[in-house]
Design a protein around this ligand. Structure first.
Ligand SMILES: CC(C)(COP(=O)(O)OP(=O)(O)OC[C@H]1O[C@@H](n2cnc3c(N)ncnc32)[C@H](O)[C@@H]1OP(=O)(O)O)[C@@H](O)C(=O)NCCC(=O)NCCS
Length: 186
């Protein structure tokens, strides 16, 4: 398994993994008619835009034998109560279902933490569907904890109750740090 920075031509493969992961992970948690109707085209534009946005979001992909099996996207926090200069956000992390449970998620999570720390962020947050118990356990196993933040995420067709997780980022050796920059995220 290899991690690398995503390129603009990865948009379709990322959208396909994104949608396969939603369809496998969210039955029983999100409306089934929404999941049934969801297709890669519904996510393609979002990824095409994200992959040409600079400097954020930063997107990393995990590849196995040349095929993208997962991705993570990060940026300065979008939360109104956050100091965007020091709080980064893991916006999204998804694996293709056959890759679940094989260590790829942890590799992507750790790489995103290092990337944010290197950019100068001190801590990071992420939002997760409150009922996504598997993902919540995954984050909790790896050093993340709820910070009391909640929100209703408006997806248009429905709204999901999300909870926020937070962690202090690892210290980055002096000399590797870059200044965190602002900029809109997708
Ligand atoms: C969350 C995710 C990134 C974690 O990465 P991972 O490499 O699979 O991490 P883990 O190996 O620790 O497994 C996470 C959970 O998925 C479960 N899992 C692993 N393989 C599975 C499979 N084939 N089918 C169902 N669940 C599986 C694991 O058992 C674990 O749950 P547990 O705590 O009940 O044991 C990844 O599982 C994923 O993409 N899940 C679906 C999308 C999602 O929820 N993303 C997060 C949105 S905030």
């Amino acid at each position: 398994m290899q991690l690398r920075r995503a390129r603009s031509e990865d948009a379709r493969a990322i959208a396909e993994v994104h949608v396969r992961s939603w369809k496998a992970a969210f039955p029983g948690l999100l409306p089934q008619d929404y999941l049934d109707a969801l297709g890669p085209e519904d996510r393609l534009g979002q990824w095409q835009e994200a992959l040409v946005s600079s400097p954020w979001p930063a997107v990393l992909v995990a590849e196995q034998e040349g095929t993208i099996v997962g991705f993570v996207a990060m940026a300065p926090s979008r939360d109104t109560d956050a100091d965007r200069a020091v709080v980064g956000e893991i916006q999204t992390i998804y694996l293709d279902p056959p890759a679940w449970g094989g260590g790829v998620g942890l590799a992507l999570l750790r790489a995103a933490e290092v990337e944010l720390a290197t950019a100068g962020f001190v801590s990071a947050t992420l939002w997760v569907l409150a009922t996504n118990a598997k993902a919540r356990r995954f984050y909790e196993r790896h050093g993340w904890a709820t910070d009391g933040g909640t929100q209703l995420h408006d997806w248009g067709a429905f709204a999901s109750p999300d909870v926020r997780y937070r962690r202090t980022l690892p210290a980055v050796p002096v000399g590797r740090q870059r200044r965190a920059r602002g900029g809109d995220t997708s």
